[in-house]
Design a protein around this ligand. Sequence first.
Ligand code: N01
Length: 531
Amino acid sequence: MKTLDVAIIGAGFAGMYALHRMRGMGLSVRAFDGAGGVGGTWWWNRYPGARVDFPSAPYYAYSFSKELNDDFVWKETQPTQAEVLSYLDHCADKLDLRSDIELETWIYDPRFDEETQRWEIETSRGDHISAQFLVCAMGSLFDANTPPIPGIEDFSGELYHTGRWPQDEVIFAGKRVGVIGTGSSGIQAIPVIASEAGHLTVFQRTPQYSIPAGNRPLEAEEWQAAIDEWDERRAAMDESPFGLPYKFSERSALEDTPDQRQKVYEEQWQRGGLHMLFSAYNDLLLDKRANDTIAEFIRGKIREIVKDPETVEKLLPDYLLGTKRQVIDNGYFETYNRDNVALVDLRKDPIHRITADSVITESGEHPLDMLVLATGFDALTGAYLKLNPTGRGGARLANTWRDRFSTYLGMVIPGFPNLFMIHGPQSPSVLFNMPLGAEREGDWICDCIRHMRENDLGAIEPAEGVEEAWAENVDQAASATLFHNTDSWYSGANIEGKHRQFIVHLGGQQYFQHLRDVADAGYEGFVTEKA
Ligand code: N01
């Protein structure tokens, strides 16, 4: 048996930062990860075309240490998966974390022992671990979703999921490839697969408002400027509502004439990246009339780029732009001008079933050698439900969350003492700068553990009923926006049988201020037990 102060599940951005901080506090701590390397989501999502849709350091990187950049240079403005993974490998070495990370090790069946105030945990290696605290840094998008399409298990060609991409090279050349799904992953993968495959058929359920990424090599002077201005840029992230390096517009789209708006949108389109959503106008995600203007602009771009009128019709999105995760791309719409690419609109031509070597839709059979599922994740809660820890009174999480996902602050779960989540449901997670959010949440957990040690406390958990006020807080932040009006994975709509609940906190910086206020008020909303 191994006895620890803290067991961390996950060795991505969040788990590695928590490990680094907690070791620095003198705690005995280890991180466990089922993957064969560090990197978390960046280890698993190695599908062709995978990139960050966010500018590189200091923005999508650890911000707590400028020194981590001393011998690492980002090569592109929107780094590839391989580049991010090599950055995280570099950080693991530079922070000397590897001796406290157990890879290829899954955590099973964590149980809270009320007598000892400790978590008792099994690993896939047959070890038993006893830890006072369990920190779940499992990632918001871990549990890959294989949709229950009839016959999917019969497919005998090559079958891949973007979120579980193999380590070995996948060869597309000369093959008939099908991709199901046009979210961020599908839209990144489709242009790359199309450029290599014999033929590509894209099976699309919901067309997307994708924006050009504007990716390009990072010039040496730009990188040097990022280093020289590190502190200023970090401070700007701290000021920015979502930890993003964008200038947020203070102007309503409805204040401008159609011609003025066209000019603004065109400028942002040429600039590329997520700027368009934040820097063009301040009400695109708040007011449907404003949203309609940008949606129509992007539909116009699709009409301009794609040559075949029938394909254009299939590609035109009609939901409220930005209320599904905004996608940015590298030549996505242009891909449909290739002779070797076909698009199936599943809303008009649904899949009947999958056979050993084809996908059969209403209109006929699509023979395939390879099928790529870009069908997303059971986001935010899937990994927790699979872990299914046992809390007070033998309660299993799957039961506690059967009708509603309840947390306090998105950091802790009622009835599960000494268990902390990083990027958990009802925290900002995917709608804030994720490495920055991981640092802030990791710091908060460290402060909480320090508070417990200083006050001789053995267990901490949410007070009765605080989860209800927290759910209201999450709902209030979302109801001020248009997010509620669209089916998305933010609300569980992508998973059959999952109950609908919007579980991303849209408060941005205000959320993190709230976390600090709770700590400053002596961990308001928590109850504790003496050790
Ligand atoms: O998954 P998704 P993803 N039949 O859920 C379709 C992050 N990310 O892996 O929209 C047919 O977005 C589904 O259709 P619909 C980012 O946060 C970041 O692409 O539900 N189709 C959709 O088109 C992102 O949001 C980066 O109607 C089915 C697609 O599959 C999140 O990961 C890169 C289906 C799933 O899209 C998830 O993105 C990549 C079915 N039964 C991802 N079931 C960065 O750049 C699902 N679909 C940082």
